[in-house]
Design a protein around this ligand. Structure first.
Ligand SMILES: [Fe+2]
Ligand SMILES: [Fe+2]
Length: 414
């Protein structure tokens, strides 16, 4: 059976209860397996959005943490250029080999849909779910839907939801005027806005919602319209995109989500790899939280990857897109954990060897490699690669040349 995946785009500037209610309704009514929130990147005219992508991404992460079926993807944020809905859908189709996609948007977006970039192709790649919005007549929307279906075909449906008069614009205005936003957004997001002094000093009444309606939460197709206009927050700071805070809660949530994604057996192996990586990192003076994340997620794409040889690459993609990992060092360590590579970093070496020696591994020679790993990590990797290459050769299996190159590289440096 195909996995049913909802995609919910928007600027989420900031995310609020209205977004979460729509997502939850879509999840229940269409019996979706999961919903991925996809915050838009900063458009060419950055004035259109009030908080940097880093803040918006983090707030969405916080808002969805408590729901195991919700996750966040930075696919649009990490691409600096125009991001079209079509490209986003194509990327998700590559990532999920056997899935049916539900693109969740607002009824207001329906009126602009014919002018989106390659509408017909978009409608072939997903079912379109338009959530009702206050002030928009369902009758009018239905009329438009019929016109679109005649023109382009496709499946477009209206999702009737409780009318919540909450908008990101309203929240920004309230914050700028010092009015409480309690219960309009998750408490963690409210605290985050206060702590980081977001949306302050913006003046009182900003008309950008009418100008930028397409980049508002339920109208994700920002790349298909001209850049939005609006004022820049005086308190706005250019903050580089970073990882979320890696505290206990972050790791607990990461584990919960991973367990659902990969199943018990692989989860046990991942926990073992994480703990081994953490110990190795403390011995070799490497960043321990990076080692924990990479160890935990190194096989996160293994369950959905048909070709075992490619599971490291797939895991790196899923760590980035589904688990929100941005750090290149972590992503590379995951990507090369099966073969190693020339010029691999210390973190890369730690993840490579932690995967091979974690406590659930029981193969001939593992004890020797285990001991070596804590005294001479390069020698341990050489031993592990040599035994893998021999095993592959003996069984006439396909040998990955990256492993041979890594072996030669490490032997040269020895
Ligand atoms: Fe693996
Ligand atoms: Fe593994």
């Amino acid at each position: 059976m195909k996995r049913k995946v909802g995609i919910m785009g928007g600027s989420f500037d900031p995310i609020h209860i209205g977004h979460l209610v729509v997502a939850n309704e879509a999840l229940n009514i269409y019996k979706l397996d999961e919903i991925i929130f996809v915050p838009t990147g900063n458009p060419p005219h950055k004035e259109g959005l009030k908080a940097d992508s880093f803040h918006r991404l983090l707030m969405v992460n916080m808002a969805v943490l408590s729901n195991n079926k919700f996750s966040v993807s930075d696919i649009e944020i990490k691409n600096p250029g125009k991001s079209y809905t079509l490209n986003t859908l194509i990327e998700f189709h590559k990532l999920y080999e056997n899935a049916e996609f539900y693109f969740i948007t607002g009824t207001d977006a329906i009126f602009n849909l014919p002018s989106w970039h390659r509408t017909e192709e978009i409608l072939k790649l997903c079912r379109f779910i338009a959530a009702s919005r206050p002030g928009i007549s369902i009758e009018e929307v239905n009329k438009k839907i019929n016109e679109i279906k005649e023109m382009f075909g496709g499946k477009i449906e209206i999702l009737q939801i409780p009318m919540l008069q909450i908008s990101s614009t309203d929240i920004r205005e309230r914050v700028s005027m010092g009015i409480s936003v309690k219960y309009l957004l998750p408490e963690s997001v409210e605290q985050y806005i206060i702590k980081n002094e977001l949306y302050r000093g913006m003046g009182t009444h900003l008309p950008e919602e009418s100008l930028c309606s397409k980049s508002e939460g339920m109208s994700p197709n920002k790349g298909d319209t001209p850049p939005c206009l609006g004022r820049v927050s005086a308190g706005r700071r250019n903050v580089p995109v970073r990882e979320p805070m890696r505290n206990e809660m972050y790791f607990e949530e990461l584990k919960k989500k991973l367990e659902i994604e990969i199943g018990q057996k692989l989860f046990r192996h991942s926990i073992g790899t994480m703990e081994e990586a953490e110990k190795l990192a403390s011995v070799y003076g490497c960043d321990m939280s990076k080692a924990k994340i990479a160890g935990l997620l190194h096989d996160c794409g293994k369950g959905t990857c048909k070709d075992n040889l490619k599971h490291a690459k797939k895991s790196a993609e899923i760590a980035r897109l589904k688990f929100g990992v941005k750090d290149k060092d972590i992503i590379n360590a995951i990507m090369y954990h099966t073969t190693g590579r020339v010029n691999m970093t210390l973190l890369g070496k730690i993840i490579f060897i932690a995967d091979k020696i974690e406590p659930n591994r029981h193969y001939e020679g593992v004890e020797e490699i285990r001991k070596e790993a804590y005294t001479n990590i390069d020698a341990a990797i050489i031993k592990s690669l040599e035994s893998t290459i021999e095993y592959v050769k003996n069984r006439n299996m396909v040998l990955d040349m990256e492993s041979v190159n890594t072996l030669n590289y490490l032997k040269e440096g020895k």
